[in-house]
Design a protein around this ligand. Structure first.
Ligand code: HEC
Length: 689
């Protein structure tokens, strides 16, 4: 099949399809996505099924990279957050942007060929409160593009015309879940999960659909439901034995919002599962228990969705240490023996090497500052936890924070260097559940409450650090480490040119020597980069592309730590950038970093009681977009600097009447005049800090 695909490609070249930039001849099927040697395209989220994000291209290499220049920039004036991995098929790039708008772009010229708008906000209604505008990318299969929407649809689009072919509702409109992840495709099926463990009673699942028709093929629940309703199968009954109390009332969680890896060798799909709903196990499963399949890698039969094996990274999790991070397939030699390995670096800070034939753990070591557990016992496969880490007494400072040592920003694996390139964050979390009565606690409903205090106050500038880490998965040791100026840096790409490319929080796209970490080339994009770069060829010449559009949970949760870079709401335009060795574009300068100037309003007398009430409302309803301590990380306006909260009527108009709903500001129709007053006092108090 791979050969056929290549012949088709050659025919396409002969017919001049590529030079005209029209839609080409590659049949994007399992053989094509599994073909590690194809360098012209980037067909899947992690490039190929292995999710290695390694390209055999080497025209741009450690010697030539100094000459890398911009070819073109596509301005995206209506976009805010850009996190997606572009998919490239026969010289056409498919990108998803804010609110899951998809564009097909001519990779040669940067011209938009079509735009598909799923009208996410029109469908979302109140669900708008719980998701951001972000989308991590599309999938491609046999002439169709697949995109998931924040409101919970999975849509198929004709790749040539941009017209919708089918739309499947994957989330019951009553349920407090959303989607911002990229689907994956295999054997005429497309799979998607969901997110939402902080915003309501939530039972996570993944669903596979027929790529032609959109008909559901199978669904797998990640946590068991109410035993009184009967379990779906033996796997659910087995999982239920690891839960206590009445977990189903709180959903349980486990939502798979990011990592999925299809393994063609075993015809399995690996699901990286989420944390608990709520995070606090004292509430979720009061008698303890591992709570399967939270924070696990679950291997399912790709045809049936039936359970094959699992490995749980954080049994009985209590810190939001989910395993939603990417899972990379690699052939390693361990102690002289070839191993079909799965590599995984989840939030909890341990790097896992797993035998993917059996699901057996082979090794696990800390790859950053971690103190919730001392080590992983290789005989039991379980973490040896530190006493106190579960905030048994009601409060504990624990490394890492809920952001994790590694988040969704993809890592890459270079088979030549044998190294994995991981964006890491070192930041502690203060876990407090003082005053929370597990018996009285109730799940939120489209608002935020993880059962433990979360982002109640500002996050100081010096709270944490970030780095690019090159990790040797065989030795389970760092090879090199480059400190970075921010904690929220983009995913990585690695190539046969002995390069690692990464965009970072300070707005630089940097090429490093893959073996040593020496910085060889830097481009200042003028805005924090959160998306990972990709590489491919156009007319046989190597290109690199990246979306520039600061976003994700970091900039949304904000605080001074994320605000320090100056990527204020809408201050800098969003772009798609393309680079090559022959690039000669001169791009318009970006507006400089800008910082919110809080309005002090000395004549406003802050009532401390009201400000505290406002703080509670803020943490439940506003913090996920406007930032911790009312300090915006750039996702939404910094309300300390906004005049709107100064005027009752203006605030009422925006918050209660929903006058900015189509611009991304949800409506809170149930808010009373007293609620708004409390928010005003809270915002003014924070403005004077
Ligand atoms: C899902 C994300 C989200 C949530 C949750 C959210 N906002 Fe917003 N808000 C936005 C965005 C985005 C804008 C900017 C809209 C625009 O461009 O006009 C905004 C704008 C505003 C503005 C106008 C500011 C200005 O100067 O233009 C106010 C006031 C505001 N929000 C208050 C609140 C309050 C109070 C809450 C909590 C009750 C809240 N928001 C929750 C995303 C959010």
């Amino acid at each position: 099949m791979a050969r056929q695909a290549r012949i088709a490609l050659a025919l396409g070249l002969a017919a001049g399809i590529f030079t005209t930039g029209a839609f080409g001849a590659t049949t994007v099927d399992g053989a094509a996505i599994g073909n590690e040697q194809d360098t012209s395209n980037w067909l899947s989220y992690g490039r190929t099924y292995s999710e290695q994000r390694y390209s055999p291209l080497d025209q741009i290499n450690e010697k030539t990279v100094a000459g890398l220049k911009a070819d073109w920039a596509l301005e995206l004036p209506t976009d805010r957050t850009l996190l997606a991995t572009p998919i490239v098929v026969d010289g056409v790039m498919y990108i998803s942007g804010s609110y899951s708008v998809v564009r097909a772009v001519d990779a040669k010229s940067g011209k938009v060929l079509w735009t598909y708008d799923p009208k996410t906000l029109e469908v979302a209604g109140d669900r708008q409160r719980i998701f951001w505008d972000s989308n991590r990318g599309v999938a491609f299969w046999k002439g169709k593009v697949f995109v998931a929407t924040g409101d919970g649809r999975l849509n198929a689009i004709d790749a040539k015309t941009g017209k919708e072919v089918w739309s499947a509702v994957t989330i019951d409109p009553k349920l407090p879940m959303y989607i911002n992840g990229a689907p994956r495709v295999f054997r005429d099926k497309v799979i998607i999960g969901n997110g939402g463990t902080e915003v309501g009673a939530n039972r996570g699942y993944v669903t596979a659909y027929d790529t032609e028709t959109g008909k559901q093929a199978w669904r797998f629940y990640i946590v068991p439901g109410n035993p009184a309703d009967g379990f779906e199968d033996d796997t659910q009954a087995m999982a239920a034995k690891t839960w206590t109390g009445e977990w189903w009332k709180h959903g349980g969680g486990g939502n798979a919002w990011n990592g999925f890896t299809y393994d063609p060798e075993f015809n399995r799909i690996y699901i990286g599962t989420g944390n608990g709903s709520p995070w606090n196990r004292k509430i979720r499963s009061p008698g303890g228990g591992d709570n399967l399949f939270l924070c696990s890698i679950v291997a399912l039969d790709a045809d049936t969705g039936k359970y094959v094996w699992h490995y749980q990274t954080t049994p009985g999790e209590s810190w939001d240490y989910n395993s939603n991070m990417d899972m990379v397939l690699a052939d390693l030699t361990l102690k002289g023996k070839p191993v079909k390995a799965l590599l995984h670096a989840p939030k909890n800070g341990f790097f896992y090497v797993i035998d993917r034939a059996t699901g057996k753990l082979l090794s696990a070591e800390k790859f950053g500052k971690v103190d919730w557990a001392d080590h992983i016992d290789l005989t039991t496969g379980r973490p040896v936890e530190r006493k106190g880490a579960r905030y048994e007494d009601g409060q504990e400072l624990v490394w890492p924070s809920p952001f994790g040592v590694h988040n969704w920003h993809a890592m890459s694996f270079n088979p030549n260097t044998g190294l994995v390139y991981i964006p890491v964050t070192e930041l502690p979390g203060l876990f407090t559940d003082k005053g929370v009565d597990p018996k009285l606690w109730q799940s939120p409903n489209f608002s935020i409450d993880p059962g433990v205090e979360f982002a109640r106050d500002d996050i100081p500038v010096n709270a944490g650090t970030g780095a690019l880490l090159a990790w040797d998965p065989v030795k389970q040791k760092p090879a090199w480490r480059v400190p970075q100026a921010g904690v929220w840096n983009g995913g990585t790409l690695t190539t046969a040119g002995n390069l690692v490319l990464e965009g970072n929080a300070t707005g630089k796209l940097v090429a490093y020597r893959a073996t040593t970490g020496d910085a060889l080339w830097t481009f200042d994009a003028g805005l924090g980069i959160s998306a990972p770069p990709v590489t491919y060829t156009v007319d046989g010449k190597q290109h690199i592309a990246v979306l520039v559009g600061w976003g994700g949970a970091g900039p949304s949760v904000g605080g001074s730590l994320l605000a320090q870079h100056g990527w204020s709401y809408k201050a800098q335009p969003r772009r798609l950038l393309s680079f090559s060795l022959e690039g000669n574009a001169s791009l318009p300068a970006m507006p400089p970093p800008s910082f919110a100037k809080p309005l002090k309003q000395e004549d406003f007398k802050v009532d401390e009681m009201l400000a505290q009430q406002g703080n509670v409302l803020w943490t439940k309803h506003c913090v996920l977009c406007h930032g911790a301590g009312a300090v915006s990380g750039g996702y939404a306006p910094d309300l300390r600097a906004s005049t709107i909260p100064l005027y009752d009527a203006a605030l009422q108009d925006v918050v209660v009447n929903g006058s900015r709903q189509t611009a991304g500001m949800p409506r809170f129709h149930e808010f009373s005049a007293g609620d708004l007053k409390a928010l005003q006092h809270y915002i003014r108090r924070e403005a004077r800090r």
